[in-house]
Ligand binder design. Structure first.
Ligand code: GLN
Ligand code: ZN
Length: 780
C-alpha cells in the first residue's frame, strides 16, 4: 500500500526554455513544423520520465501546450471563430497560432526581458487579430479567451488529449489526462453576442467531453482530471446547477473511467458541499490557500470519494515544513484510510520554476529554504512514505526539512531588527499628505505647467544598442565607466529631444532599467534573483519573478543619481520614476512567513525613503507606478475590500512623505476601474495616468461617475500598436475625455511606457501628441 502522488500539471516551457526557443524559431520561419513538434514531444517525454523517476504515480498528460491550455480546449472542441478560416477537420497549426498571436504575428521580438503583461499585449499588425488574452485567475499566467457565438457548434476537432495519452503509453507511462472542466471553460469564455450567456452552451459542449472520455477509456485511461477552479469563486445558482448537470452527464458517459475534479487557488467555502456532492470519484482541494477545509471535507465527503490533498504550495517557491504538515494531515489520512487519499501540490506546478539545483550560483543557505517543481515532488514523496511506513522511514528527509524550517525562523538575513523597529513606529499620519488635494493643487502651481500638460509614462525605446550595452556590461565585456557614459549619453539625448518637441514634464527614459521590478529588487535588501527560475506568463513569454525572502530595506538611494543627472540637463521638471509597493509585491514570489500586507508595508517604507531622497535632490514631480494593483484583487468578493484597504495604505505610505508642493503621480495600465474606483480615489495621487486609448476613453466613465477630483492623464496613444496616431485622432480622444472629465483636470500622455517601441515610431507620435495638446490650449 502506498499513497498515490499527483502533480496536477507540470512546467512545460523546458528547463532551459527549449519550447520558447523552438516556438520563436518556428514563428520566425527559421524552423519547420516537424522540428517544433519534435521539440514539444521531447519535452513531454522528459516531463513524464522525470515525474515517473521522482515517484509520481498519477502522471498528468494533456497538461502540455504549445501555447495555452485554454486555447487547446478551444481547438479540441472546435471553438474557432469564423474569421480564422477553419473549415472543420483537424485544426492546423497555422490556425492555432493565428488564434494565439494574430495571423501576421504580433510584434513579438522574442527577447527575454520581462515585459509585464500589463503592458505587453495586444499589438498586431494587419491580418486576423489574436483572441483576447487575460489573466488565469489570480496568477501571472495568461490564457486565450474562448470566443462564443449564438448557435455555437462544438465538435471534437483536435484529438490532443487522446493523442498525448497514447504517446505517453507508447513510452511506457500510464497517465491521467487533464482537461479544463466544461463549466470553468465556458465561464472563462466571452460571448460575442450580448444576449448569449456562455453557460447556455453547456448541453452542446458536453457531448464533446463525453466523446473524449469514451475514447480515453478505449485507450485504457482509468482516471481523468477535470480542472474546475471556478469552484473557488462566488457562484450563482445557475452555475451550481450547470456543474451538477455537467458531472451527472460526464460520470454517466463512461462507467469505468474515474473523474477527479481539481479545484485550486482558494478554498471551496460555500461551494464545499456542492463540490463534494458532485458525482465524481475524486475531488482535489487546495489546502495551502485554505488549510481549514481539510477537516470539513473529511467529515462531509461521501464514503467512497477520493480526496486529493493539495498540501504543497504550487504557487510559491518555499520548502515545506514537512513535520508540521504531517502533524496536520495524519489525522485526516487516518480518518479517510490511505486508499481514499492522493497527495498533490495545491495546484499545477506550472506556476513554479523547474529545479532549484539549476541555481548553482545561488547562496547555499537561501537555496536550502527553496523548493521548485522537482523538489516539491520530492516533498510529496517523503510525505507519502511517512504516511505509509511511518516517519522513521524518512527520518533524514524530515530532519533536513526541520533544520531548514528552524534556520529560516531565526535567520538574521531574514529578520532585520532595523526594519522591525521602523515598522513598529509607523503612524497613521505617515499615510497622509500635509493637506487635501485642493490645497496641494494650489501649492503645486509654482511648477508653472500649462493647461493640458504633456508628459510620457517613463521609459523610452529599449533599442538594440541599449540592450546590447546592458548585456555586455552584465557579461563584463564593458566596464562600469563606459556603460554609465553610454547611459548618460542616451539620457542626454532623450532630455534634449523632449525639450525640443516641447513636452512639459520630462522623463529620463529608464535606459538603465532591465525591468521595472527587477531594477528595484536588485537594489533592495530581502530580494533574491534566480538565473533559470523562469515561469510561463503566456505563450513563449516567460518571467523570472524575484524572490522576496526577508525583511525588505533600502541600503542606499536607488534612482536619485539618474534623476538628478537628468534634471541637471534641463530647466523643465523631470519626473522621478518608481515602481510602487503593490506592484513590487505582486510580481514577485513572496515569503510565506509574513503576511503579504506586512511585506508590502516594508517595501512601501523603503520607497518612502526613496521618494524623500528624490524630493531633497530637487525632483519635485515623482511618479509611483502601480500597474498591478488591480490584479492583486482576491478571487472572492468578500475579501476584496480588505485587500484594497492595505494596498491603498501601502501606496500612501510610500507617497505621502513629501511637501504639498511636490507632485505625486501614479500610473496604471491594462485595468478596468469600475469596481476599484473608490480605491483609486483613495490613493489620492495628484495625477494618475491610465491606459485609455483602445477603450476610446470609456474607462473614464468610472472616474466621472465617482466625480474623481484629482488630475488624470488618460492615454491618447496606444503604445501597443506600431501605428503612429494622428493629431486629429488624439484631439478627438481628448474631446471624448472632456465629455467625461473637466478640461482643467486633464493631462496629455501615452497609454504606457515606450520601451517596446522604436524611436521611429515614438518620435512622430509624440510630436503629434504635443500638437494635439497645443490645439486644445488654443481652444480655451
Ligand atoms: N514607468 C514604466 C515605463 O514607462 C511603467 C511601466 C508599466 O506601467 N508597466 O516603462
Ligand atoms: Zn503602463
Amino acid at each position: 500500500m502506498s499513497i498515490p502522488i499527483s502533480t496536477l500539471g507540470t512546467p512545460r516551457i523546458g528547463p532551459r526554455r527549449e519550447l520558447k526557443t523552438a516556438l520563436e524559431a518556428f514563428w520566425a520561419g527559421k524552423q519547420d513544423e516537424t522540428a517544433l513538434l519534435s521539440t514539444a514531444a521531447q519535452l513531454r517525454a522528459s516531463n513524464w520520465a522525470r515525474q515517473s523517476l521522482l515517484g509520481v504515480t498519477h502522471i498528468p498528460s494533456n497538461d502540455f501546450s504549445l501555447y495555452d491550455q485554454v486555447l487547446d480546449m478551444s481547438a479540441t472542441a472546435g471553438v474557432i471563430p469564423r474569421h480564422y478560416g477553419w473549415e472543420g477537420g483537424p485544426v492546423p497549426l497555422s490556425t492555432y497560432f493565428a488564434m494565439a498571436r494574430g495571423s501576421q504575428g504580433r510584434n513579438d521580438r522574442g527577447h527575454d526581458d520581462r515585459d509585464h503583461a500589463g503592458c505587453s499585449h495586444g499589438g498586431h499588425g494587419g491580418g486576423v487579430p489574436a483572441l483576447e488574452m487575460t489573466k488565469w485567475f489570480d496568477t501571472n499566467y495568461h490564457y486565450m479567451v474562448p470566443e462564443f457565438r449564438r448557435g455555437q457548434a462544438f465538435e471534437l476537432a483536435s484529438a490532443k488529449p487522446i493523442d498525448e495519452f497514447r504517446e505517453a503509453a507508447a513510452l511506457g507511462f500510464h497517465t491521467h489526462p487533464v482537461l479544463i472542466g466544461p463549466v470553468t471553460y465556458l465561464l472563462l469564455g466571452k460571448s460575442k453576442d450580448t444576449d448569449l450567456d456562455p453557460l447556455a452552451l453547456l448541453p452542446g459542449l458536453l457531448p464533446v467531453y463525453a466523446e473524449i472520455l469514451r475514447r480515453l477509456a478505449a485507450e485504457g485511461a482509468d482516471w481523468v482530471q477535470f480542472d474546475e477552479p471556478c469552484l473557488v469563486l462566488d457562484l450563482d445558482e445557475r452555475t451550481r446547477k450547470a456543474l451538477r448537470h455537467a458531472y451527472d452527464v460526464l460520470t454517466g458517459a463512461v462507467s469505468d473511467l474515474k473523474i477527479m475534479i481539481a479545484t485550486y487557488f482558494g478554498g471551496l467555502g460555500d461551494n464545499l458541499d456542492l463540490a463534494l456532492g458532485l458525482p465524481s470519484a475524486g475531488l482535489h482541494l487546495d489546502l495551502v490557500r485554505a488549510p481549514a477545509q481539510l477537516r470539513q471535507a473529511v467529515e462531509r465527503a461521501p464514503a467512497d470519494k477520493v480526496l486529493s490533498l493539495g498540501v504543497i504550495d504550487g504557487r510559491n517557491v518555499w520548502r515545506s515544513d514537512l513535520t508540521a504538515l504531517l502533524d496536520r494531515i495524519e489525522p485526516a489520512v487516518a480518518a479517510l484510510r490511505p486508499n481514499r487519499v492522493v497527495l498533490a501540490p495545491s495546484c499545477s506546478l506550472l506556476h513554479v520554476p523547474y529545479d532549484i539545483e539549476a541555481e548553482s550560483a545561488f547562496d547555499p543557505e537561501l537555496r536550502s529554504w527553496l523548493a521548485f517543481a522537482v523538489q516539491k515532488i520530492g516533498e510529496l514523496k517523503t510525505l507519502s512514505t511517512a504516511l505509509v511506513d511511518g516517519r522513521r522511514a524518512v527520518a533524514d528527509e524530515l530532519a533536513q526539512s526541520d533544520a531548514a524550517a528552524a534556520a529560516r525562523r531565526i535567520s538574521a538575513r531574514i529578520h532585520d531588527t532595523g526594519v522591525a523597529a521602523r515598522m513598529a513606529e509607523l503612524t497613521p499620519a505617515m499615510g497622509e499628505r500635509q493637506h487635501p488635494y485642493p490645497l496641494r493643487r494650489r501649492a503645486q502651481e509654482w511648477l508653472g505647467l500649462p493647461p493640458f500638460p504633456t508628459t510620457t509614462i517613463g521609459s523610452f525605446p529599449q533599442t538594440g544598442a541599449v540592450r546590447k550595452a546592458r548585456a555586455d556590461h552584465a557579461k563584463g565585456l564593458i566596464g562600469d565607466a563606459d556603460y554609465y557614459d553610454f547611459l548618460r549619453e542616451e539620457t542626454r539625448q532623450a532630455i534634449a529631444w523632449q525639450e525640443k518637441i516641447g513636452l512639459d514634464v520630462l522623463v529620463h527614459g529608464e535606459f538603465e532599467r532591465n525591468d521595472m521590478v527587477q531594477y528595484f529588487g536588485e537594489q533592495l535588501a530581502g530580494y533574491a534573483f534566480t538565473r533559470h527560475g523562469w515561469v510561463q506568463s503566456y505563450g513563449s513569454r516567460c518571467v523570472r519573478p524575484p524572490i522576496i525572502y526577508g525583511d525588505v530595506s533600502r541600503p542606499r538611494a536607488m534612482t536619485v543619481e539618474w534623476a538628478r543627472f537628468a534634471q541637471s540637463l534641463t530647466k523643465r521638471p523631470v519626473k522621478g520614476m518608481l515602481t510602487g509597493p503593490v506592484t513590487m509585491l505582486q510580481w514577485s514570489f513572496v515569503r510565506d512567513d509574513l503576511e503579504r500586507e506586512q511585506v508590502c508595508r516594508q517595501i512601501a517604507l523603503a520607497l518612502r525613503d526613496e521618494v524623500g531622497d528624490l524630493e531633497r535632490a530637487g525632483i519635485r514631480i515623482i511618479q509611483i507606478d502601480e500597474p498591478a494593483i488591480r490584479e492583486g484583487l482576491p478571487l472572492r468578493h468578500a475579501e476584496k475590500e480588505a485587500y484594497l484597504a492595505w494596498a491603498v495604505a501601502c501606496f500612501r505610505l510610500a507617497a505621502s512623505g513629501v511637501d504639498d508642493a511636490t507632485q505625486i503621480h501614479t500610473h496604471m495600465c491594462y485595468s478596468e476601474f469600475n469596481d476599484i474606483i473608490h480605491a483609486i480615489g483613495g490613493l489620492d495621487a495628484d495625477v494618475i495616468s491610465i491606459e485609455t486609448a483602445r477603450s476610446r476613453m470609456e474607462l473614464l466613465d468610472a472616474f466621472r461617475a465617482y466625480r474623481y477630483p484629482n488630475e488624470i492623464g488618460p492615454g491618447v496613444y496606444d503604445i501597443h500598436s506600431p501605428r503612429c496616431p494622428t493629431v486629429a485622432e488624439m484631439r478627438d480622444l481628448l474631446a471624448r475625455a472632456q465629455e467625461r472629465i473637466a478640461g482643467d483636470q486633464l493631462w496629455v500622455n501615452p497609454d504606457c511606457g515606450l520601451k517596446t517601441r522604436g524611436w521611429d515610431e515614438v518620435r512622430p507620435a509624440l510630436v503629434n501628441m504635443v500638437a494635439a495638446a497645443r490645439i486644445l490650449r488654443e481652444e480655451i
